[in-house]
Design a protein around this ligand. Structure first.
Ligand SMILES: Nc1nc2c(ncn2[C@@H]2O[C@H](COP(=O)(O)OP(=O)(O)OP(=O)(O)O)[C@@H](O)[C@H]2O)c(=O)[nH]1
Ligand SMILES: [Mg+2]
Length: 320
């Protein structure tokens, strides 16, 4: 008999007593359809629920992991650390996602996808499931920013129903503690040129109170998207400023180059061809010489001084 592959389902939970059992039951139903070839484990990560979520989850047959640190991302990090599956399924435990559909996600992974996103917007949104502001403002803005910054055409970057392999979760090495965990996963998958696919899903109305803080959580996503894209955050504005005010322009472009070296070396994220070209051709010596030359031109003296010192810092970053 061939050995069965393990599927881990991870459900973050903070006071979801109304729905946690239903989610586990649905996950079991979905997994049952795969039982010939797959074993499974269901892990509920509880972030300090004060209702009966934990006992209900245990009774329904899930393994409960308790994570003291609050936050959606913290819950997932703890769940990933506790999971053993080759394939990982994640999703909210608020009854919004239909885990009976797990086999469709597994099929995508089998076909070679690295990260599968359940898209609510190409699927069906039940009446009242997504508030107007989330559906027509928050989600489209966050998804569009991600699409523009990272040249993608995703339809729903905020979906919580996802699948990926354990190998991929190790490559991504996710760090965020809050809701921006969802953006981090996609951005890093893009950086690593992983194969992302979307499957249309049905999205149900939530039971129980939302844990989302719309403005602060949206800002956490936007901040993450900007911080990870030095090209849009620094280099493009820097090139524009070079024409208007070269002093500011040079500073922004150099910040962009520093940020590229940082994302590449410290965060271990691969660079694109433009960044690779810039980093390999921009040496400490060349920057230093450019600084000395500018120092001799009275109007650019300040930029010259700055470039000379910048070159030292740049060298330090490159060596790090
Ligand atoms: N925000 C938050 N969510 C947590 C935490 N721990 C677990 N969760 C769970 O993470 C999932 C996502 O939170 P939701 O409140 O559903 O967030 P959302 O899906 O963006 O918002 P809704 O559309 O209102 O459901 C739920 O299953 C929560 O129970 C935590 O510390 N903070
Ligand atoms: Mg939810």
């Amino acid at each position: 008999m061939t050995k069965k592959t393990l599927v881990s389902v991870i459900l973050p939970c903070l006071n979801e007593k109304k729905t946690i059992e239903r989610c586990i039951t649905w996950a079991k139903q979905g997994l049952r359809k795969l039982a010939q070839r797959y074993k499974s484990e269901i892990i509920v990560v509880d972030n300090g629920s004060t209702d009966r979520s934990r006992s209900l989850a245990r009774r329904a047959g899930a393994k409960v992991v308790v994570e003291k640190r609050r936050g959606y991302g913290s819950a997932y990090k703890a769940g990933l650390a506790a999971s053993h599956g080759t394939y990982i399924i994640i999703g909210d435990s608020d009854g919004t996602y239909d885990f009976r559909q797990i086999p469709r996600f597994i099929r995508e992974l089998e076909k070679g996808a690295d990260l599968v996103l359940g898209s609510r917007l190409t699927g069906t949104v039940s009446p009242g499931a997504m508030p107007f502001t989330h559906r027509y403002l928050g989600n489209p803005i966050l998804t569009s920013l991600l699409n523009i910054f990272y040249a993608r055409r995703l339809s729903d970057s905020q979906t919580g129903f996802r699948a990926f392999t354990k190998r991929v979760s190790k490559i991504l090495n996710l760090q965020s503690n809050g809701m921006e965990f969802a953006s981090e996963m996609i951005v890093k998958a893009i950086y690593h040129q992983l194969n992302i696919s979307e499957v249309p899903i049905r999205y149900f109305r939530r039971s129980g109170n939302s844990k989302l803080l719309p403005l602060s959580d949206a800002w956490r996503h936007i901040k993450f998207l900007i911080l990870y894209t030095p090209t849009y955050a620094f280099i493009i504005p820097g090139l524009v400023f070079l024409v208007i005010d070269p002093y500011i322009g040079i500073q922004l472009v150099m910040l962009g180059v520093f940020a590229k070296v940082y994302t590449n070396k410290q965060l271990n994220l691969p660079s694109g061809p433009l960044a690779r070209f810039l980093i390999s051709h921009l040496t400490v010596e060349r920057l230093f010489i450019a600084g000395v030359i500018l120092l001799l031109v009275p109007e650019f003296r300040l930029i010259g001084v700055q470039l000379i010192f910048t070159s030292f810092f740049y060298g330090l970053l490159k060596e790090s």
